[in-house]
Design a protein around this ligand. Structure first.
Ligand code: NIG
Ligand code: FE
Length: 430
């Protein structure tokens, strides 16, 4: 018997997300979660060493630390590949303005929106940014997210963008969450350059990108490509320069209007194009040809009160590696729960529960180019595992509004145990 640091046994369904085929899940593959009934996971330190039926695993391995999943669902931690968690003030006033009939664009153009988050971030110390975001990130971890991406983009000056990226770097070291940084200096034009956009673009390209590169603070460059923010030509220019400097590209594309962002993501060879609420058929086909990963953010469409959700079904049918994320931010979508995003993806975009789970785990891992380490429960991968106190995986989209996580295991270590959850859910099917 081999002695290990941790065994998880008796999962009613162990969602391994294993597949023989390399690459993200596409088309029909998204429906296969690699389920093992009465499953168990054998873990040594941070790494998964074996996966199988509980009796098989217990015949081969022993441990002083055995978690009895006791008929619950065991699955990979959620991967949330699009968030903006570094900010100072929340903007709930904008939700009320939207309810009264103002659009996101109108609010942005009348002094609200992204620009209204800039001053406070510029004034905040690095420590303040870290303290504020740490609480948010812990809450995400407690809801089952074990790896996330985090963007800068509320500083819009070289110093304050660097400060945001440093905050992300510190949080990545300090917290149990793995955090992948993305530089988003092209999130808006700051107030002082709103009538001299070319000047800001010069600062971005000549100063910010080289400095981010020099300090090794992010391998990704993102942009808010929308006709009233960074239009197609400006986006093509900035992303082209970023690529020349060796950045890999992520994009906010076609969020509100069919700007041609999806087509540009294909032309430029972006890793991901995100939002895509207004993407055309041509855009979908171009992304397929270029292998761009679409990251869909239904929380934002919901929070903005819009009805044009991204066309997830058409994208799955076209063979795109559909991925989901929260877009957690202070303005358009203050959602920190991948569980809720899965509900929206299923109810509003008609994704099947299994497809939405693949889009929130293994495909998220591919979108962050980390699928060799995370996103599934397989031998040699990192032991980032969530135990859900629910009777079946379909319960995730079905249940709304509270946290079904029972336990979060990050790199083989229990980092959250939800004591409240235990008595709350009636296990109807047993
Ligand atoms: O992805 N669209 C641009 N950026 C964010 C919103 C940020 C904000 O409103 O503060 C988004 O929705
Ligand atoms: Fe965003």
């Amino acid at each position: 018997m081999t002695k290990l640091s941790l065994i998880i046994k008796n999962a009613k369904q162990l969602l391994t997300l294993q597949s023989d085929k390399k690459g993200p899940r596409i088309g029909e593959e998204m429906q296969h979660l690699g389920i093992i009934e009465h499953g168990a996971v054998a873990i040594d330190k941070a790494i998964i060493v074996d996966v199988g039926k509980t009796d098989e695993i217990l015949n081969k391995y022993t441990s002083e630390n055995i978690i009895d999943a006791n008929g619950k669902i065991v699955m990979p931690g959620f991967v949330d590949p699009h968030t903006h968690p570094i900010f100072v003030q929340t903007r709930e006033n904008e939700l009320e303005m939207r309810i009264k009939g103002k659009s996101y664009k109108e609010i942005s153009q009348s002094g609200g929106g992204i620009r209204s988050s800039i001053n406070a971030v510029r004034k905040a110390s690095l420590e303040e940014l870290v303290t504020l975001a740490e609480k948010r990130i812990n809450k995400m971890l407690q809801q089952g997210t074990t790896t996330m991406e985090a963007k800068s983009g509320y500083g819009l000056s070289t110093d304050s963008e660097i400060k945001m990226l440093r905050a992300i770097e510190i949080l990545n070291e300090k917290s149990d969450m793995d955090i992948v940084p993305t530089f988003l200096g092209a999130h808006e034009f700051p107030e002082e350059y709103k009538d001299n956009k070319d000047k800001y673009i010069r600062i971005l390209v000549d100063e910010m990108l080289p400095e981010v590169k020099r300090q090794g603070l992010s391998k990704y460059c993102d942009i808010f490509c929308e006709s009233y923010v960074y239009n197609i030509d400006q986006s093509r220019y900035i992303l082209g320069k970023a690529k020349e400097m060796g950045f890999r590209i992520r994009m906010h594309a076609d969020e509100l209007e069919p700007t041609g962002g999806a087509e540009l993501s294909a032309e430029i060879g972006a890793i991901t194009a995100d939002h895509l609420g207004a993407t055309s058929d041509k855009g979908i086909q171009a992304m397929k040809r270029a292998g761009v990963v679409p990251i869909l953010l239904p929380g934002t469409t919901f929070s903005l009160g819009l009805d044009h959700y991204a066309r997830a079904r058409d994208m799955i049918n076209a063979g795109l590696a559909v991925t989901l994320a929260t877009d957690y931010n202070p303005g358009s979508c203050n959602c920190d729960s991948m569980q809720f995003i899965i509900s929206l993806a299923c109810i509003q975009m008609r994704m099947l529960p299994a497809e939405a789970i693949a889009a929130s785990t293994i495909n998220g891992a591919y979108s962050l180019e980390l699928a060799d380490k995370i996103g599934s429960i397989e031998k040699t991968k990192q032991a980032d595992i969530v135990i859900m106190n629910i009777p079946s995986y379909q319960y995730i989209p079905y249940h709304l509004g509270s946290n079904c996580v029972d336990m979060v295991i990050k790199k083989g270590k229990t980092v959250f145990r939800n004591d409240n959850n235990l008595e709350l859910i009636t296990r109807v099917q047993e």
